[in-house]
Design a protein around this ligand. Structure first.
Ligand code: MN
Length: 210
């Protein structure tokens, strides 16, 4: 079965005014679709067409060498975007609570400091990149990093809890060259309940949940 773009869990205009409908529609219907189409084309005829995308990305060495580059880029794009839609909500924003909040406070010295750090991580990315908050099961800790393109620089075994898309296609129609305004707006739509659910699953089992 071929990979498919999951439907947005809310209407395309639901995140306005923070992210407008045109940006969401083109990002989801065109850019994400293109990653899925290219991923399916690269995997066609291989034994990996039914493998979950998380497993494919975690085991890229299993992909035939001539397919590995396209699968790495487009599979990473498909996985990140599938998560990205779920990390946002029209009911989002505010601050995390509970165990996740305690971990953020302990690791970063407070929620405002964490937000500033993650915004800096994404704002200082050169070219196409993501900022990612992950849980690292071996050290039982949260950490931030830049993800180049869609998955380069990702620490093996780290579980993504929250990503910010810093590719130009994520904001340029609405915010043009003012990308830091987009990053500021993003905090108003973060679904902390989803982030907390992933944190609970990761620290309980050490692996990602879908
Ligand atoms: Mn994107």
């Amino acid at each position: 079965m071929a990979f498919e773009v999951p439907p947005l869990p809310y209407a395309a205009d639901a995140l306005e005014p923070h992210i407008d409908a045109q940006t969401m529609t083109i990002h989801h219907d065109k850019h994400h679709q293109a990653y899925v189409d290219k991923l399916n084309a690269a995997l066609e005829g291989t034994e990996h067409v039914d493998t979950p995308i998380e497993e494919i990305i975690a085991n890229l060495d299993a992909i035939p060498e001539d397919k590995r580059g396209p699968v790495r880029n487009n599979g990473g794009g498909h996985l990140n975007h599938s998560l990205f839609w779920e990390w946002m909500s029209p009911d989002g924003g505010g601050e995390p609570t509970g165990a996740l909040r305690s971990a953020i406070d302990d690791t970063f010295g407070g929620f405002d400091v964490f937000k500033e750090h993650m915004t800096q991580v994404v704002a200082t990315a050169q070219g196409s990149a993501w900022a990612i908050l992950s849980y690292e099961p071996a050290g039982k800790r949260l950490f931030l990093q830049q993800l180049y393109t869609h998955q380069d620089n990702h620490l093996i075994g780290a579980v993504p809890l929250l990503c910010i898309d810093a590719w130009e296609h994520a904001y340029y129609l609405q915010y043009e060259n003012r990308k830091t305004e987009f990053f500021d707006a993003f905090w108003n739509v973060v679904d902390w309940s989803d982030v907390a659910r992933r944190y609970e699953a990761a620290r309980t089992t050490g692996v990602a949940t879908s």
